[in-house]
Design a protein around this ligand. Sequence first.
Ligand SMILES: [Fe+2]
Ligand SMILES: [Fe+2]
Length: 324
Amino acid sequence: MTIAPVQRPASNAWTDAKLILALEEVVETELDRHLKVAKEWMPHEFVPWSQGRDFDGVLGGEAWSIEQSKITPLGRISLVVNLLTEDNLPSYHHEIATMFGREGAWGTWVHRWTAEEGRHGIAIRDYLLATRAVDPVELERARMAHMSEGFESDNAHSMLQSVAYVAFQELATRISHRNTGHFAGDPLCDQLLAKIANDENLHMVFYRNLLKAALELAPDQAMRAIADVVTNFRMPGHGMPGFERSAVQIAVGGVYNLRIHHDDVLQPVLRHLKVMEIDGLGPEGAKAQEELGVFLDGLNAQAVRFDERQAALLARRAANAARK
Ligand SMILES: [Fe+2]
Ligand SMILES: [Fe+2]
């Protein structure tokens, strides 16, 4: 990647406004690349409309009941979490439009990204309702509750933290959709979530490349932002109703857990950017890099303990199922 030949100011001299200006050219390049590789797809093609029928209420159709759902219990939990996360798009749009602005290449990206994300919620909701996969009343109430809370990023106060967060978060979302598809028990659902996961991957690549350019421009500040984001990372669904309970099921079921977070989300981005190998940092950057290394070792140790507990729990479940 080439970046504008900007004079590198002394450490910590980069304000958000200066960074946004200096990175505009990178955003333009990345936007062009994104538009070339992103393939148009149609959400309606992934919805089996012929399975749809009227619900009770206004149309006097059949009320939802759980036997109508053909997907796995884990698929139901995970699809609802993923959909509610997508549903909060107005808040995410507000966050990035406020941070990155709505003008120039940044603005074009903000709007394009929002349009692509909008497709995800539309497609998943249509699929869930047409196939009667989840309780539509519970889903709507959860959406109202979740969106009424809004979403405020932990990283809203810093442009570099915002970029670092979305680079990891887009990959986390990709993995979460992909694994949900694998465990949902319906090949069509798997196909739909693979399409969505592909969009999320392209979003990750955009932000990861932007983060790479930021590391070149402002290495100490970018390193600090990466360390802060990785050590405090939370998924955007953390405020939704019943999230803690759902997160446990999602972790044990292997859709998203500490092991996946460490191996499939944090490490691929950090390795690609060679974050742990960057040298020549100032004292602040070096300190952040060291903190990051210590944190990753600790996280890996926690993931080992999680793996052991998960294996024991799954073995107990299998033994109980065999006894029945
Ligand atoms: Fe999405
Ligand atoms: Fe995305």
